[in-house]
Design a protein around this ligand. Structure first.
Ligand code: FDA
Length: 302
């Protein structure tokens, strides 16, 4: 209740105040800040996936600008030998305005990443986007099998059947590459599991399916229970290090992150940057009132 109230009030607070908590979770506004944060993580033995902030655009001019910014970041990563890849949200290229335009822009980015021997991850957005984002992934994977991956959300009731349906794309040379996360958007009960334990249970079932079917898994969570259960599964199933990695968001649970690194697992941090940090932070707040707890901590605990 209190979280909900705070989440509703925070978006109307001054931008400067919102920045006080956001700066812990966002590399900065500029490409240079995104690159610097990535290099600092690389220096600690951590890889990155960089994300230009922005989503659910309303005009296609924004889509072209976003595409150009991604082309720059892909080039800069290669020029500066950064260990990392790229995450993007299709709605920032106009998925909900014009699917073909969106596809063509993302294709250009994936093509450049492929030329640079790199990789683009398609983030998964809310339930209205899932079919379209899977379709986009299928199309891109057909052309660039080793350079594109997708996110699946364990809280979605449909995820295990999506995995089964997508298994037809899997090959030994190019294992299909999924990031598995819990899911951040607020969805109705008939679409998504709501109970904490249920989501955890499905997360582990999805991960097991991926390993059984020799898919590459990006295990994206800060939930200690899931991290430990995943490590147990990796040991039990004797999964080799080139078939999985752990992933976390920038600034979140650095101690747990370090524990994973110290145990010899590959860690990739999701580094968001860009001018749209304010919309991103307030949107996340409205969508997920639980974030308010983290904000209060970030505001008062230094
Ligand atoms: P949970 O929310 O239970 O958090 C476990 C613990 O981690 C908390 O108790 C808290 O201590 C800490 N924690 C979690 N979030 C925190 C925060 N923001 N600040 C401070 N502490 C925090 N979702 C989606 O729908 N589509 C996507 O494409 C992606 N992509 C993605 C990439 C990566 C690399 C990650 C790690 C996550 C995503 N997500 C996502 C978000 C994901 O769906 C989920 O909402 C968050 O990761 C939180 O879920 P946890 O598994 O961490 O568990």
């Amino acid at each position: 209740m209190l979280n909900k109230l705070i989440a509703n009030i925070l978006p109307y607070m001054p931008k400067k105040l919102i920045w006080v908590f956001s700066k812990r979770y966002i590399a900065g506004e500029t490409i240079e800040e995104g690159l610097l944060a990535s290099k600092l993580l690389n220096a600690k033995g951590i890889e990155v996936t960089i994300d230009l902030l922005g989503e659910f655009i309303t005009t296609l001019n924004e889509a072209e600008d976003n595409k150009n910014q991604y082309m720059d970041i892909v080039s800069r990563f290669t020029e500066e030998s950064i260990q990392g890849n790229f995450s993007l949200k299709p709605t920032m290229f106009g998925l909900l305005i014009n699917k073909n335009v969106c596809y063509n822009y993302i294709r250009e980015i994936v093509e450049l990443a492929a030329q640079n021997n790199s990789f683009v991850r398609i983030d998964m957005e809310d339930s209205q986007c899932i079919d379209m984002e899977i379709e986009l992934f299928r199309k891109l994977r057909a052309e660039f099998p080793g350079n594109v991956g997708l996110v699946l959300q364990a809280y979605m009731r449909r995820t295990l059947s999506d995995l089964e349906a997508l298994n037809d794309l899997n090959t030994t040379e190019n294992p299909i590459n999924f990031r598995l996360c819990k899911g951040i958007y607020v969805e109705p009960e008939n679409v998504a599991f709501k109970k904490y334990d249920e989501v955890r249970e499905h997360f582990m079932a999805d991960l097991k399916y991926m390993f059984e079917n020799k898919m590459y898994a990006g295990i994206a969570t800060h939930d200690k229970y899931l991290v430990e259960e995943s490590m147990k599964l990796i040991r039990e199933m004797n999964i080799s290090k080139n078939m999985y990695e752990f992933q976390m968001l920038y600034g979140v649970t650095p101690e747990l992150r370090q524990m994973i690194v110290d145990n010899g697992h590959l860690m990739r941090v999701y580094v968001p940057y860009g001018k749209k940090w304010f919309n991103y932070s307030t949107r996340r707040l409205k969508e997920n009132p639980k974030m308010a707890q983290h904000i209060i901590k970030a505001l008062f605990i230094r």
